[in-house]
Design a protein around this ligand. Structure first.
Ligand SMILES: Nc1nc2c(ncn2[C@@H]2O[C@H](COP(=O)(O)OP(=O)(O)O)[C@@H](O)[C@H]2O)c(=O)[nH]1
Ligand SMILES: [Mg+2]
Length: 294
Protein backbone atom coordinates (compact mmCIF):
# COMPACT_ATOMS: atom_id res chain seq x y z
CA UNK A 1 0.00 0.00 0.00
CA UNK A 2 1.46 3.37 -0.89
CA UNK A 3 2.21 5.90 1.78
CA UNK A 4 -0.37 8.42 0.62
CA UNK A 5 -3.10 5.84 1.11
CA UNK A 6 -1.84 5.18 4.64
CA UNK A 7 -1.91 8.88 5.35
CA UNK A 8 -5.44 9.26 3.99
CA UNK A 9 -6.64 6.36 6.07
CA UNK A 10 -4.98 7.85 9.13
CA UNK A 11 -6.68 11.19 8.47
CA UNK A 12 -10.06 9.50 8.25
CA UNK A 13 -9.43 7.39 11.34
CA UNK A 14 -8.39 10.45 13.33
CA UNK A 15 -11.49 12.29 12.18
CA UNK A 16 -13.69 9.33 13.14
CA UNK A 17 -12.22 9.30 16.65
CA UNK A 18 -12.74 13.02 17.17
CA UNK A 19 -16.26 12.75 15.77
CA UNK A 20 -17.16 9.95 18.17
CA UNK A 21 -15.93 12.06 21.10
CA UNK A 22 -17.87 15.07 19.87
CA UNK A 23 -21.05 13.02 19.40
CA UNK A 24 -20.77 11.79 22.99
CA UNK A 25 -20.20 15.32 24.29
CA UNK A 26 -23.11 16.72 22.31
CA UNK A 27 -25.32 13.92 23.61
CA UNK A 28 -24.32 14.84 27.15
CA UNK A 29 -25.31 18.44 26.42
CA UNK A 30 -28.55 17.11 24.90
CA UNK A 31 -27.74 18.70 21.54
CA UNK A 32 -28.78 16.89 18.37
CA UNK A 33 -26.51 17.76 15.45
CA UNK A 34 -27.78 17.44 11.88
CA UNK A 35 -25.32 17.35 8.98
CA UNK A 36 -26.77 18.58 5.66
CA UNK A 37 -25.05 17.30 2.52
CA UNK A 38 -25.75 18.15 -1.09
CA UNK A 39 -24.27 19.53 -4.26
CA UNK A 40 -24.01 23.32 -4.58
CA UNK A 41 -27.32 25.02 -5.28
CA UNK A 42 -29.60 22.17 -4.17
CA UNK A 43 -31.37 24.47 -1.76
CA UNK A 44 -29.76 23.65 1.60
CA UNK A 45 -29.65 27.22 2.79
CA UNK A 46 -33.16 28.09 1.59
CA UNK A 47 -34.66 25.04 3.31
CA UNK A 48 -32.58 25.47 6.46
CA UNK A 49 -33.66 29.09 6.82
CA UNK A 50 -37.28 27.92 6.84
CA UNK A 51 -36.57 25.08 9.25
CA UNK A 52 -34.81 27.48 11.65
CA UNK A 53 -37.72 29.90 11.46
CA UNK A 54 -40.29 27.19 12.05
CA UNK A 55 -38.29 25.75 14.93
CA UNK A 56 -38.10 29.13 16.61
CA UNK A 57 -41.83 29.64 16.11
CA UNK A 58 -42.26 26.38 18.00
CA UNK A 59 -40.09 27.74 20.82
CA UNK A 60 -37.14 25.47 20.12
CA UNK A 61 -33.57 26.54 20.76
CA UNK A 62 -31.71 26.01 17.49
CA UNK A 63 -28.39 27.09 15.99
CA UNK A 64 -26.58 26.64 12.69
CA UNK A 65 -23.08 26.35 11.31
CA UNK A 66 -22.65 26.88 7.61
CA UNK A 67 -19.54 26.10 5.61
CA UNK A 68 -18.47 27.81 2.44
CA UNK A 69 -15.30 27.91 0.39
CA UNK A 70 -15.24 31.66 0.13
CA UNK A 71 -18.32 33.71 1.08
CA UNK A 72 -20.49 34.50 4.08
CA UNK A 73 -23.67 34.77 2.04
CA UNK A 74 -25.33 31.73 3.59
CA UNK A 75 -24.70 32.85 7.17
CA UNK A 76 -26.35 36.17 6.39
CA UNK A 77 -29.38 34.38 4.95
CA UNK A 78 -29.68 31.94 7.84
CA UNK A 79 -29.27 34.70 10.44
CA UNK A 80 -32.52 36.24 9.16
CA UNK A 81 -34.26 33.46 11.07
CA UNK A 82 -33.03 34.97 14.33
CA UNK A 83 -31.09 31.83 15.28
CA UNK A 84 -27.40 32.00 16.25
CA UNK A 85 -25.39 31.27 13.12
CA UNK A 86 -21.70 30.78 12.56
CA UNK A 87 -19.94 30.81 9.20
CA UNK A 88 -16.96 28.60 8.51
CA UNK A 89 -14.79 29.68 5.62
CA UNK A 90 -12.85 26.64 4.52
CA UNK A 91 -10.46 28.56 2.29
CA UNK A 92 -10.75 26.04 -0.54
CA UNK A 93 -11.14 22.84 1.48
CA UNK A 94 -14.05 20.88 0.04
CA UNK A 95 -15.55 19.55 3.27
CA UNK A 96 -15.85 20.10 6.99
CA UNK A 97 -14.05 17.95 9.55
CA UNK A 98 -15.07 17.12 13.07
CA UNK A 99 -12.13 19.10 14.53
CA UNK A 100 -13.47 22.23 12.87
CA UNK A 101 -16.95 21.70 14.27
CA UNK A 102 -15.51 21.05 17.72
CA UNK A 103 -13.40 24.23 17.58
CA UNK A 104 -16.37 26.27 16.45
CA UNK A 105 -18.91 25.18 18.99
CA UNK A 106 -16.62 25.66 21.97
CA UNK A 107 -17.51 28.95 23.56
CA UNK A 108 -20.19 29.69 20.97
CA UNK A 109 -22.99 27.14 21.12
CA UNK A 110 -25.51 28.59 23.59
CA UNK A 111 -26.32 26.39 26.59
CA UNK A 112 -29.67 24.71 26.13
CA UNK A 113 -29.39 24.49 22.34
CA UNK A 114 -31.54 21.59 21.27
CA UNK A 115 -30.74 21.31 17.57
CA UNK A 116 -27.50 22.23 15.80
CA UNK A 117 -27.74 22.21 12.02
CA UNK A 118 -24.52 22.03 10.01
CA UNK A 119 -24.70 23.04 6.36
CA UNK A 120 -21.70 21.28 4.85
CA UNK A 121 -19.70 22.54 1.88
CA UNK A 122 -21.74 22.07 -1.31
CA UNK A 123 -20.23 18.86 -2.67
CA UNK A 124 -21.44 15.26 -2.80
CA UNK A 125 -18.00 13.64 -2.68
CA UNK A 126 -15.61 14.65 0.10
CA UNK A 127 -18.11 15.66 2.81
CA UNK A 128 -19.64 12.19 2.58
CA UNK A 129 -16.50 10.64 4.04
CA UNK A 130 -16.21 12.86 7.08
CA UNK A 131 -18.20 12.11 10.19
CA UNK A 132 -18.80 15.41 11.98
CA UNK A 133 -20.12 13.90 15.19
CA UNK A 134 -23.66 14.41 13.95
CA UNK A 135 -26.62 12.41 15.17
CA UNK A 136 -28.47 12.68 11.92
CA UNK A 137 -27.10 12.90 8.41
CA UNK A 138 -29.38 14.26 5.71
CA UNK A 139 -28.54 13.99 2.00
CA UNK A 140 -30.43 16.47 -0.16
CA UNK A 141 -30.99 16.65 -3.88
CA UNK A 142 -33.12 18.98 -5.96
CA UNK A 143 -35.49 17.90 -8.73
CA UNK A 144 -33.29 19.70 -11.25
CA UNK A 145 -30.25 17.48 -10.68
CA UNK A 146 -31.40 14.23 -12.27
CA UNK A 147 -33.01 11.16 -10.73
CA UNK A 148 -29.86 9.04 -10.99
CA UNK A 149 -27.66 11.11 -8.68
CA UNK A 150 -28.08 8.76 -5.70
CA UNK A 151 -26.57 6.02 -7.87
CA UNK A 152 -23.70 8.26 -8.90
CA UNK A 153 -22.97 9.34 -5.33
CA UNK A 154 -23.67 6.18 -3.34
CA UNK A 155 -21.55 7.20 -0.38
CA UNK A 156 -23.42 10.46 0.16
CA UNK A 157 -26.87 8.93 -0.28
CA UNK A 158 -26.03 5.51 1.12
CA UNK A 159 -24.79 6.82 4.45
CA UNK A 160 -27.70 9.20 5.09
CA UNK A 161 -30.33 8.70 7.77
CA UNK A 162 -32.78 10.73 5.75
CA UNK A 163 -32.96 11.75 2.08
CA UNK A 164 -34.59 15.07 1.23
CA UNK A 165 -35.78 16.00 -2.24
CA UNK A 166 -35.85 19.78 -2.68
CA UNK A 167 -37.49 22.26 -5.08
CA UNK A 168 -40.51 20.06 -5.71
CA UNK A 169 -42.31 23.16 -6.99
CA UNK A 170 -40.13 22.77 -10.10
CA UNK A 171 -40.77 19.05 -10.56
CA UNK A 172 -43.30 19.36 -13.38
CA UNK A 173 -41.29 22.00 -15.21
CA UNK A 174 -38.24 19.72 -15.42
CA UNK A 175 -40.18 16.48 -15.90
CA UNK A 176 -38.86 14.99 -12.68
CA UNK A 177 -39.48 11.24 -12.41
CA UNK A 178 -40.21 10.66 -8.72
CA UNK A 179 -40.50 6.89 -9.11
CA UNK A 180 -37.07 6.63 -10.77
CA UNK A 181 -35.58 8.75 -7.98
CA UNK A 182 -37.13 6.56 -5.29
CA UNK A 183 -35.78 3.45 -7.02
CA UNK A 184 -32.30 4.98 -7.18
CA UNK A 185 -32.37 5.88 -3.49
CA UNK A 186 -33.63 2.41 -2.58
CA UNK A 187 -30.73 0.84 -4.46
CA UNK A 188 -28.08 2.62 -2.37
CA UNK A 189 -29.97 2.98 0.91
CA UNK A 190 -32.82 0.48 1.22
CA UNK A 191 -35.60 1.60 3.52
CA UNK A 192 -34.38 5.15 4.08
CA UNK A 193 -37.14 7.73 4.36
CA UNK A 194 -37.44 10.26 1.52
CA UNK A 195 -39.05 13.63 2.24
CA UNK A 196 -40.33 15.92 -0.51
CA UNK A 197 -39.79 19.59 0.21
CA UNK A 198 -39.98 23.01 -1.34
CA UNK A 199 -38.65 26.23 0.13
CA UNK A 200 -41.03 28.07 -2.21
CA UNK A 201 -44.25 26.45 -1.06
CA UNK A 202 -43.09 25.32 2.39
CA UNK A 203 -43.89 21.69 1.54
CA UNK A 204 -42.23 19.25 3.91
CA UNK A 205 -40.63 21.81 6.21
CA UNK A 206 -42.68 20.82 9.26
CA UNK A 207 -42.25 17.14 8.47
CA UNK A 208 -38.49 17.56 8.27
CA UNK A 209 -38.42 19.33 11.60
CA UNK A 210 -40.67 16.65 13.10
CA UNK A 211 -38.29 13.92 11.94
CA UNK A 212 -35.30 15.69 13.44
CA UNK A 213 -37.18 16.12 16.71
CA UNK A 214 -38.14 12.47 16.75
CA UNK A 215 -34.45 11.64 16.78
CA UNK A 216 -33.67 14.41 19.28
CA UNK A 217 -36.37 13.10 21.62
CA UNK A 218 -34.90 9.61 21.41
CA UNK A 219 -38.21 8.28 20.12
CA UNK A 220 -36.31 6.26 17.55
CA UNK A 221 -32.93 4.72 18.34
CA UNK A 222 -30.01 6.39 16.64
CA UNK A 223 -28.52 4.10 14.04
CA UNK A 224 -24.87 4.89 13.44
CA UNK A 225 -24.39 5.15 9.72
CA UNK A 226 -20.92 6.50 9.55
CA UNK A 227 -19.90 7.46 6.08
CA UNK A 228 -16.27 6.54 6.58
CA UNK A 229 -17.28 3.03 7.58
CA UNK A 230 -19.62 2.84 4.62
CA UNK A 231 -16.80 4.03 2.39
CA UNK A 232 -14.45 1.31 3.60
CA UNK A 233 -17.08 -1.37 3.20
CA UNK A 234 -18.43 -0.32 -0.17
CA UNK A 235 -15.51 1.47 -1.79
CA UNK A 236 -15.10 5.00 -2.95
CA UNK A 237 -17.34 6.65 -5.51
CA UNK A 238 -15.68 6.28 -8.87
CA UNK A 239 -15.93 7.73 -12.32
CA UNK A 240 -15.73 11.22 -13.66
CA UNK A 241 -18.69 12.37 -11.65
CA UNK A 242 -16.92 11.53 -8.46
CA UNK A 243 -14.19 14.06 -9.08
CA UNK A 244 -14.12 16.65 -6.37
CA UNK A 245 -15.36 19.77 -8.12
CA UNK A 246 -12.97 21.86 -6.09
CA UNK A 247 -9.93 19.91 -7.13
CA UNK A 248 -8.16 18.65 -10.15
CA UNK A 249 -8.61 15.24 -11.71
CA UNK A 250 -5.40 13.98 -10.12
CA UNK A 251 -7.35 13.35 -6.93
CA UNK A 252 -10.31 11.49 -8.29
CA UNK A 253 -9.27 8.12 -9.62
CA UNK A 254 -7.25 6.35 -6.96
CA UNK A 255 -9.23 3.15 -6.46
CA UNK A 256 -7.83 2.58 -2.98
CA UNK A 257 -8.24 6.10 -2.02
CA UNK A 258 -9.84 7.84 0.87
CA UNK A 259 -11.64 11.09 0.30
CA UNK A 260 -9.99 13.79 -1.74
CA UNK A 261 -8.29 15.88 0.82
CA UNK A 262 -5.95 18.25 -0.81
CA UNK A 263 -6.23 21.95 -1.28
CA UNK A 264 -7.31 23.95 -4.22
CA UNK A 265 -4.15 25.58 -5.51
CA UNK A 266 -6.19 28.63 -6.45
CA UNK A 267 -7.09 29.18 -2.86
CA UNK A 268 -3.67 28.99 -1.28
CA UNK A 269 -3.11 27.06 1.92
CA UNK A 270 -6.25 25.66 3.44
CA UNK A 271 -7.45 27.45 6.48
CA UNK A 272 -10.73 28.13 8.03
CA UNK A 273 -12.01 30.99 10.02
CA UNK A 274 -15.44 31.72 11.20
CA UNK A 275 -17.74 34.61 11.69
CA UNK A 276 -20.68 34.86 14.00
CA UNK A 277 -23.98 35.97 12.63
CA UNK A 278 -27.19 36.55 14.42
CA UNK A 279 -27.74 37.27 18.08
CA UNK A 280 -24.65 37.81 20.18
CA UNK A 281 -22.38 37.96 17.20
CA UNK A 282 -19.14 39.86 17.46
CA UNK A 283 -17.67 39.50 13.99
CA UNK A 284 -14.69 37.81 15.57
CA UNK A 285 -12.18 36.24 13.26
CA UNK A 286 -11.21 33.26 15.34
CA UNK A 287 -9.16 30.79 13.38
CA UNK A 288 -10.13 27.21 13.59
CA UNK A 289 -7.23 24.78 13.70
CA UNK A 290 -5.63 23.96 10.38
CA UNK A 291 -7.58 21.06 8.97
CA UNK A 292 -5.41 17.99 8.85
CA UNK A 293 -4.25 17.32 5.35
CA UNK A 294 -2.99 14.33 3.49
N1 LIG B 1 -37.92 27.09 -7.13
C1 LIG B 1 -37.19 26.86 -6.04
N2 LIG B 1 -35.97 27.42 -5.93
C2 LIG B 1 -35.26 27.16 -4.81
C3 LIG B 1 -35.74 26.35 -3.77
N3 LIG B 1 -34.80 26.27 -2.80
C4 LIG B 1 -33.77 27.01 -3.23
N4 LIG B 1 -34.04 27.55 -4.44
C5 LIG B 1 -33.16 28.42 -5.23
O1 LIG B 1 -32.04 27.64 -5.61
C6 LIG B 1 -30.85 28.43 -5.55
C7 LIG B 1 -29.83 27.76 -4.63
O2 LIG B 1 -30.37 27.71 -3.31
P1 LIG B 1 -29.45 27.66 -2.03
O3 LIG B 1 -30.34 27.62 -0.84
O4 LIG B 1 -28.44 28.76 -2.08
O5 LIG B 1 -28.71 26.26 -2.25
P2 LIG B 1 -27.42 25.66 -1.49
O6 LIG B 1 -26.24 26.02 -2.31
O7 LIG B 1 -27.64 24.16 -1.47
O8 LIG B 1 -27.39 26.23 -0.11
C8 LIG B 1 -31.28 29.79 -5.09
O9 LIG B 1 -31.47 30.61 -6.23
C9 LIG B 1 -32.60 29.55 -4.40
O10 LIG B 1 -33.47 30.66 -4.42
C10 LIG B 1 -37.05 25.78 -3.91
O11 LIG B 1 -37.57 25.03 -3.07
N5 LIG B 1 -37.72 26.06 -5.07
MG1 LIG C 1 -25.87 27.17 0.93
Amino acid sequence: MCRSVDVRRAVLAKNDGLAADLRAELAERRVTAVNLLSSPGSGKTALLELVLRRARERGLSVAALTADLATENDARRLARSGAPVKQVLTGGLCHLESAQVRALIDGWLPDGTRLLFVENVGNLVCPASYDLGETLRVALMSVTEGEDKPLKYPTAFGAAHLVVLTKTDLADAVGFDAAAFTTAVERVNPGVEILHTSARTGQGVDTLLDRVLTVADGAVPHVPLLAAKHLREHGHDHGPDSADPDHGPAHSHDPDHGPAHSHDPDHGPAHSHDHDHGPGHDHGHERAPEPSTA
